[in-house]
Design a protein around this ligand. Structure first.
Ligand code: SF4
Length: 701
């Protein structure tokens, strides 16, 4: 039977796969042993991707909602009707009244180029993406510390000390590669130390040499405490600091207040633990500190990422084997080519984006809510949502629902008629990654593998690739001439940045590894920052309104900043912890994954449970100043007694097309959050440091 190599795109690890196809049907999927991202391994989600491809609940035809009912219609009718409504909105409220939102499940340069070009041609500046839910803060911090156009990642395999903050690579690939935990364990076997900082004693933390809890939202204080201790005890690399960094004296002065005592009082990390971690990190080189959403999903996550960059830099662990590697982005949104491909020069929309109040990033779904609900700074009345389920993923579900209900036109392009579709007017069927051509060229990955995503079967039903859908809609609007390039031609233009062509990738079905700049490149070349050095202190960021140096700021809702709220809601709520068998809501209808976790739960410590008379498995109420949800309690010693955690992606009571997911809807922790609590530098919502209380259900569950 024919075997076709391509790549899994359920998550951003993009593992190599081999599809066995028989008579137009994919019979089997296995890992591609020649792909450097996963060495033949697949996670449970990848192993069951055929349940996604052949899910009987998939959206396979264009649909229109008429009242409570959804009816099928032809592509031509659907696109004609949508185009007519878009033009009406443009005439009535201006082109800026239509927003485009792209989710994680269609993260791709090709889709980004076409959606941006579509927005430009229509005249709207309001293109937002899930970046504001997962990466914006660290991208801004990377640009500030190391310069534009680069990404950083820890070289775990060659490291002698790995410090992980807010990430659990035993369960997720940190968006880089499935082999990341394998690299960490190999480094450990060779003698490396592993330090894990997390309020949950995670699957990764149990492997650590030092594990400590931390109060959510206080990571900047902790890191600055390490920085201060390392400087005070002269454990920093003075040679590296003087040669390659800018602003050490300002840093030294600013770090002084983060004494071990202050850090303990602020973060719950014991003085001795902080000192031990600082010594271990500074004296076992090369070392690397790395981070993910656990420290980013806060109101000051950008500053935490800046502090982590500083820690790596002052210990001489940047641009060295086993440390943090600085790599030029394969393709960059700030590049001239991206601007050219999206038509940014030609068609720059007249209006400023609603997210324009934020000088550093345009990706702020929270700002879209304000524009829809309050017409600030102007009304948004139409939205095209591609590969996303904002009703589930955006903070403060009640506000999201009100906003979606208010739209005059909501179009979703998706694999399913998901929860958001309940408020949509049209649902357009997208093809899965097994049914469409695409290019995967991630910036943040070690190794960096450029991959051609090949269709292994034609699209099922009338589903189509997002690029086909965007072009077809553009054609109906009269912009067809702007979209005459084929997908392959656009991919060729993107690949030209890497000195490659699509044809060449076809001959390398396991992907091509792009060799990074040799380690030590920046020892003899300037960093792309204003000073040409790693900016510990950034004058330019300060001039733009950011902080010159990171400093700890108390979360706006915490036991310290809001003691009155804490009296009634004493527990710190962390949402969105990763699970092996779940990723985003679109996986919740797959029988194998559903059987593993039919619904989500609230995890709390036995002490917290006992104080409230709660038993393991009992259905409880979790409430915050914004709302309440009911979930089963998972009583576990592996979480700090002052913290509770709820996995996200559930809350499917909106009756989308999912048979299975709707049967066990779970509850959405985003109900409990405040959409206005965001990192002002990046626009990222605070998903991981607000207050809540857990109590028994009155009258029993
Ligand atoms: S880690 Fe799993 S879901 Fe992600 S790309 Fe690899 S196989 Fe697919």
């Amino acid at each position: 039977m024919p075997q076709i190599k391509t790549h899994c795109k359920i998550c951003n690890c993009r593992c190599g796969i081999v599809a066995t196809v028989n008579d137009g049907r994919v019979e089997k999927i296995s890992g591609d042993p020649e792909c450097k991202k996963n060495d033949g391994a697949l996670c449970i989600k990848g192993k069951v991707m055929l349940e996604l491809l052949y899910d009987p609940d998939r959206l396979l035809y264009p649909m229109v909602r008429q009242g409570e009912n959804w009816n099928r219609l032809s592509w031509d009718s659907a696109l004609t009707q949508i185009a007519r409504k878009l033009l009406q909105l443009k005439a009535t409220h201006g082109p800026q009244s239509v927003a485009i939102y792209r989710g994680m499940s269609v993260y791709s340069w090709l889709v980004a180029v076409f959606l941006n070009r579509f927005g430009m041609a229509f005249g709207t500046p309001n293109f937002a993406s899930n970046a504001a839910l997962c990466v914006s803060s660290k991208v801004i911090a990377t640009h500030t510390s190391f310069g534009r156009g680069v990404s950083v990642g820890g070289d775990f395999r060659n490291s002698r000390c790995i410090l992980l903050l807010g990430t659990n690579p035993a369960v997720t690939g940190m968006h880089r590669s499935l082999r990341i935990m394998k690299d960490i364990l190999a480094a450990k076997k060779a003698g490396a130390k592993l330090i894990v900082v997390d309020p949950r004693k995670t699957e990764t933390a149990v492997k650590a040499d030092i594990y400590t809890t931390i109060r959510p939202g206080t990571d900047t204080a902790f890191i600055m405490g390490l920085v201060n201790y390392i400087i005070e005890n002269e454990l920093f690399d003075s040679d590296f600091v003087s040669r390659y960094t800018h602003g050490f004296e300002q840093l030294k002065a600013a770090a002084r207040k983060y004494t071990p005592k202050m850090v303990e009082q602020t973060t719950w990390v014991h003085e001795e633990t902080l000192q031990k971690i600082a010594r271990m990190f500074a004296t076992n080189r090369p070392a690397c500190a790395d981070r993910r959403e656990g420290v980013i999903h806060h109101e000051h996550g950008t500053e935490t990422c800046l502090a982590i960059n500083i820690l790596n830099a002052i210990t001489g662990n940047v641009d060295v084997d086993g440390g943090v590697q600085v790599q030029t982005n394969l393709f960059d949104k700030s590049s001239d080519l991206f601007r050219e491909l999206t038509g940014a020069e030609q068609f720059m929309p007249a209006a400023a984006p609603v997210t324009g109040r934020n000088p550093f990033t345009g990706d702020v779904p929270t700002a879209l809510l304000e524009a829809i609900l309050k017409d600030k700074p102007y009304p948004i009345r139409g939205m095209i949502v591609v590969g996303s389920n904002p009703l589930i993923s955006w903070p403060q579900t009640d506000m999201v629902r009100r906003a979606l209900q208010k739209l005059e036109l909501l179009v979703i392009v998706d694999l399913y008629r998901n929860d958001t579709a309940v408020f949509a007017h049209y649902a357009l069927p997208a093809a899965t990654f097994l049914e469409k051509l695409d290019l995967q060229a991630p910036n943040v990955a070690i190794p960096r593998v450029v991959q051609l995503q090949k269709p292994v079967i034609p699209p099922l039903g009338e589903s189509r690739s997002e690029s086909w859908i965007i072009k077809a809609l553009a054609d109906k609007l009269g912009y067809g001439s702007l979209f005459c390039e084929t997908d392959e031609q656009v991919m060729d233009r993107i690949l030209s940045q890497m000195g490659l062509r699509t044809e060449e990738l076809k001959n390398h079905p396991s992907g091509m590894v792009i060799e990074p700049r040799p380690v030590g490149y920046y020892h003899s070349h300037p960093y792309p920052t204003p000073s040409g050095m790693i900016e510990l202190y950034s004058d330019s960021f300060e001039k733009k309104g950011g902080p010159g140096l990171p400093s700890f700021r108390e979360p706006s809702e915490s036991p310290i900043s809001s003691p009155q709220i804490a009296e009634r809601f004493p527990l710190v709520l962390v949402t969105g912890n990763r699970l092996r068998s779940s990723y985003l809501s679109f996986l919740h209808n797959l029988p194998t994954l559903h059987a593993k976790n039919p619904e989500n739960w609230v995890e709390l410590h036995p002490e917290a449970a006992a104080a409230r008379g709660i038993e393991n498995g009992e259905r409880v109420v979790v409430e915050s100043p914004r709302g309440s949800i009911k979930l089963p309690a998972k009583v576990s010693p592996d979480i700090d007694p002052r913290v509770v955690a709820i996995p996200y992606g559930w809350g499917h009571h909106f009756n989308g097309s999912w048979q299975l997911a709707n049967r066990d809807p779970g509850a959405n922790p985003n109900v409990l959050l405040d959409y206005r609590k965001i990192d002002k530098l990046s626009g990222m919502p605070n998903f991981k440091s607000t207050l809540c209380e857990v109590r028994k259900v009155e009258g029993g569950g």
